[in-house]
Design a protein around this ligand. Structure first.
Ligand code: G3H
Length: 255
């Protein structure tokens, strides 16, 4: 806390909380675009916040991506919250294994001494497969656990970076580009005004579901993600943001 005061980060947190109309904001010093340990600091800050909020027998849904992987890396046993369950928020979204929600969910659960359930679905899915897969009893059971999550922890990505990383087919890539998408979260791509330009069809949490969850934590930082973060919060579906100074200062420009 002392270091934060010294660096003036506390003031930035207040300004950002006000600007984005959020319940809570944490800004860690530094810019994670330049220094990788800043991402781990965001991870630590997220773990700290989760520990404050979590109660025994609760369910936590997590997305994929390198930032949430850093949260998993920094996770430590949940001493007060016993018997918690970790689930992936959505399907794999075409990510490599290390960036998939399933992988991160399992790692986080192990470090937390919690339990986990995984989703085994190929994706993106065609409309036809989607309908039949959500009817499968084993998938249905996990989907209900996901929908009932008490806490959701998710990343926000730069739209083009994410679309490229996920080997998005060229017709979809065109939709994303022509729609001027700048941000991505949960497999939804947003333009600067926060309109949805494209949505990857997969099972799990849909954007509408976030309204029914009291604690939705976005973890995203780096100066390069400022526009993406701002586009996502146009719809303000999450109530907590854990970010870094690099993104925060850029987000507050013109204030
Ligand atoms: O949905 C957003 C992405 O998962 C963010 O990925 O943390 O690797 O930038 P990243």
């Amino acid at each position: 806390e002392f270091i934060k005061e010294l660096k003036g980060v506390t003031k930035i947190e207040e300004q950002l909380k006000h600007k984005l109309n959020l319940h809570h904001v944490v800004v860690v010093p530094g810019n994670s675009d330049e220094l990788s340990w800043v991402k781990q600091e965001m991870g630590k800050a997220c773990v700290r916040y989760m520990k404050q909020e979590l109660k025994s027998n609760e369910t936590i849904a997590v997305t994929g991506g390198g930032t949430i992987a850093a949260v998993a890396e920094m996770m430590t046993p949940l001493e007060k919250a016993r018997n918690c369950l970790f689930v992936p928020a959505r399907g794999g979204l075409g990510e490599q294994l290390e960036n998939q929600a399933n992988t991160i969910c399992a790692e986080m659960a192990k470090k937390a001494n919690g339990n986990y359930r995984l989703l085994y679905v190929p994706d993106p899915l065609s409309e036809e497969s989607y309908q039949s897969i959500i009817g499968e009893p084993s998938v249905k059971e996990v989907l209900e656990l996901i929908r009932g999550a008490n806490i959701i922890v998710h990343g926000i990505g730069d739209a083009i970076t994410m679309a490229e990383r996920r080997k998005t087919p060229s017709d979809v890539m065109e939709t994303i580009q022509n729609g001027n998408a700048v941000g991505e979260a949960f497999g939804y791509y947003f333009n600067q005004q926060g309109d949805i330009v494209h949505k990857v069809r997969t099972v799990g949490i849909q954007l509408e579901d976030l309204q029914h969850t009291n604690c939705v934590i976005a973890v995203a930082g780096g100066r390069s993600k400022a526009q993406a973060i701002s586009s996502y919060f146009q719809q303000a579906q999450s109530n907590v943001l854990i970010t870094d100074e690099g993104a925060a200062k850029e987000l507050l420009k013109g204030n």
